[in-house]
Design a protein around this ligand. Sequence first.
Ligand SMILES: NC(=O)c1ccc[n+]([C@@H]2O[C@H](COP(=O)([O-])OP(=O)(O)OC[C@H]3O[C@@H](n4cnc5c(N)ncnc54)[C@H](O)[C@@H]3O)[C@@H](O)[C@H]2O)c1
Length: 332
Amino acid sequence: MKILVTGSAGFIGYHLVKSLLKDKKYQILSIDNFDKYYDKKLKLDRIKDLKLKDDKKNKRHQFVNLDLKNKKKLNSIIKKFKPLIIVHLAAQAGVRLSLSNPFKYLDDNIKVFLNILEISKSLKISKIIYASSSSVYGSIKKYPYSEKMIVNQPKQFYAVTKLTNELMAETYSGLYNMQIAGIRFFTVYGPYGRPDMAIYKFTKNILEGKKIMVFNKGNHYRDFTYIDDAVLGINNLIKKIINKNNKFHQVYNIGNSKPIKLLSLIKKIEKILALKAKMNFKPMQKGEVYKTFANIKKSEKYFKYKNKTTIDDGLKLFISWYRNFNKKFSKR
Ligand SMILES: NC(=O)c1ccc[n+]([C@@H]2O[C@H](COP(=O)([O-])OP(=O)(O)OC[C@H]3O[C@@H](n4cnc5c(N)ncnc54)[C@H](O)[C@@H]3O)[C@@H](O)[C@H]2O)c1
């Protein structure tokens, strides 16, 4: 079965391809443009790690370095590969940059998704899974966040692009009989994680004896979700969508459903590292939300989503990866 995965040099995309390759029935084509948003060496290392030793002719996994804004090239690649399903994870992630550079989000998140939808329509590829975000819940103050809630209060342009993706998917599935599922990810973390995210930044700075920036005195909450749980969820969702044939668009939360306070998170990291953090307290940042908290009943019911990893175990796994990864690179 052929699957196209976009954003495979990215955190979630890399882990998804890695897990799909464990099943020999899947043939994967994956795409990324090694966007410079964060350190390219991490992205290159992920792609290197996806190279299978017994796959000299790239039969099971072929990687293409391409900017998805290039519709013509993307069209010819997809036409040749003929995937049964597209898992679209490539995007400009992160909320903060969207305040200073919204145009990048317009291009990478909205225009690119339109390319994917238009190409799928013309090549009759009807099955798509795409990444949305918990940020679509914006300033809603009712917890936990459920997919039934009306979402129309985005707090920054990143959330606007993800909400727009959901509207686009709704329209295309209705007009062209497509089976599309959006995943609202809640702060995913783990090995090979993103350097712009809190757990990575805190660990790095504490280990290097540098100050960490703690916004809102650490009094906000995040529903940290371990990468392996998220990826297992995407795998299950792929299997469900494959078997659908009539028009379908739904969004699903993938979250841990156990939010923790930023200050408690810092304490947990300090304990594992056996080091004290030097904290630089700052006011709440513009565009940030106070709390994320996923209701996961819909995902549990539809594709048997489960959270197996506690935050304590997940942090240990992340920190152990972080130490090894940095040892490896400091030797090069
Ligand atoms: N990690 C999280 O906690 C989280 C939370 C909510 C939503 N999401 C969403 O999940 C998806 C994956 O997130 P991630 O954490 O792996 O982010 P990531 O930045 O690690 O991965 C995204 C990848 O997309 C690639 N990309 C961006 N624009 C591209 C383009 N025009 N052409 C080709 N490739 C392009 C980047 O190079 C990058 O490798 C994104 O859509 C993100 O918005 C992630």
